[in-house]
Ligand binder design. Structure first.
Ligand code: FEO
Length: 168
């Protein structure tokens, strides 16, 4: 595996593990608020991020590269409201999307066609990720302005389930 691409993959593994950690901090926040549905939504998100990180991890090995794990930064622990949490989730997912695009650019640059095709899965996944978050954020921004609505949304988010993705 090209050295520059291997480094970019390792950086993305770190970014995905950070995402898992970031959402775990949000999970703890919702646990403190006793919002079980929001907590469930985050729990699914945590598992998704773990799967994203491991997908990259396994791919580096499959290609004969070396996985080098890095330090995971300390995430924020408090938010003012569920709305502020979801604003941060969307911002974070947009950041991850830009990173995935950069990873694809590097694979392109070093002419690694197999890696380009592998990263395509992540590009599509980010569209889904941003859409999922955007839907919750829309409800929180445009519809929910009282506690009753928050309670209803919490019930809805309790239904989200995790299905292990088939990556690549
Ligand atoms: Fe792994 Fe939410 O991007």
């Amino acid at each position: 595996m090209n050295e520059k691409l291997e480094k970019a993959f390792n950086d993305q593994i770190n970014a995905e593990f950070y995402s898992e950690y970031f959402y775990l901090a949000m999970y703890a926040y919702f646990d403190r608020m006793n919002l079980q549905g929001f907590k469930n939504w985050m729990n699914v998100q945590i598992q998704e991020e773990h799967a994203h990180a491991m997908g990259l991890f396994n791919y580096v090995h499959e290609r004969g590269g070396k996985v080098v794990l890095q330090e995971i930064a300390k995430p924020q622990t408090d938010w003012e409201s569920p709305l502020e949490v979801f604003k941060d989730v969307l911002k974070h997912e947009q950041y991850v999307t830009s990173r995935i695009n950069e990873l694809a650019d590097i694979a392109d640059e070093v002419k690694d066609r197999a890696a380009v095709s592998f990263i395509d899965w992540y590009i599509k996944e980010q569209v889904e990720e941003e859409n999922n978050v955007g839907n919750v954020l829309k409800t929180l921004t445009l519809i929910c302005d009282d506690k009753q609505c928050l309670y209803m949304l919490d019930k809805e988010l309790a239904a989200r389930t995790f299905t292990a993705p088939v990556i690549g």
